[in-house]
Design a protein around this ligand. Structure first.
Ligand SMILES: [Zn+2]
Length: 227
């Protein structure tokens, strides 16, 4: 069973051609969903393949957006290739993806989306992927570091930018913020954000978020009380 297939890909930023690794998601088994919606699969992690990196200029984007860039964002990326190259740190993206290459792909993705002028939740999402692959290999210290980076951008998105936060909606985003705060050990902020999510009128339309938010709020309250 071939889980990986190669796709001939053309980089929109430099025109270089390369083979990108793709995963057959329907052949993976879902084994666990964490409270922050991270889904674990076996026998491999599809996250490793979620951001494509051009091995020539290091333009890095989510797979579904990779070939879509044009106009002003494309010009901005082209003018930022020096910074991307510097961040690449000499990694060879023509090789088979490893944990180190995957982490680097998310950092390059965070820089690319910043150059493009994407909203902070998109940039934060790159760091969240990095935190998740660290969790998959059991590196808590590094996971924590990337969760903090995620928060930095998610807080910015939450405070300053009018965005719909994708499928999560505002209540789901409040819940996610609470969940990340809990994971880095800030129970006070976690409680505050869980409460905001639970008080949000949108919550009823998101049954999965509603169940998690109420459960996590109750657990956090019990934990604070026990301290
Ligand atoms: Zn390129």
């Amino acid at each position: 069973m071939d889980l990986i297939w190669l796709k001939e890909t053309v980089c929109p930023a430099c025109g270089g051609k390369f083979q990108s690794e793709n995963v057959r998601q329907n052949k993976l088994a879902q084994v666990q969903v964490d409270e922050d919606f991270h889904t674990h699969y076996e026998p491999l992690s599809p996250l490793y393949y979620s951001v494509v990196v051009c091995p020539d200029c290091f333009f890095a984007e989510r797979r579904q957006n990779f070939e879509e860039i044009k106009g002003k964002p494309l010009l901005a990326v082209k003018s930022g290739t020096g910074a991307l190259r510097q961040m690449s740190g000499g990694f060879n993206f023509r090789l088979i993806l490893t944990f180190e290459l995957a982490l680097k792909s998310f950092e390059l993705g965070a820089l690319t989306t910043q150059l493009k002028g994407d909203t902070s939740d998109v940039i934060g999402g790159m760091y969240l992927r990095a935190a998740w692959v660290c969790r998959e290999v059991g590196d808590e210290k590094l996971e924590n570091l990337y969760l903090r980076k995620t928060l930095e951008y998610y807080e910015k998105a939450y405070m300053n930018e009018a965005t719909e936060f994708g499928q999560l909606g505002t209540c789901g985003f409040q819940y996610m913020l609470g969940e990340i705060y809990r994971r880095i050990g800030n129970m006070e902020k976690a409680l505050e954000l869980y409460m905001r999510a639970c008080a949000n009128k949108e919550l009823r339309q998101k049954p999965q978020v509603e169940r998690l938010a109420r459960d996590q709020l109750a657990a956090a309250k019990a934990m604070v009380k026990a301290q």
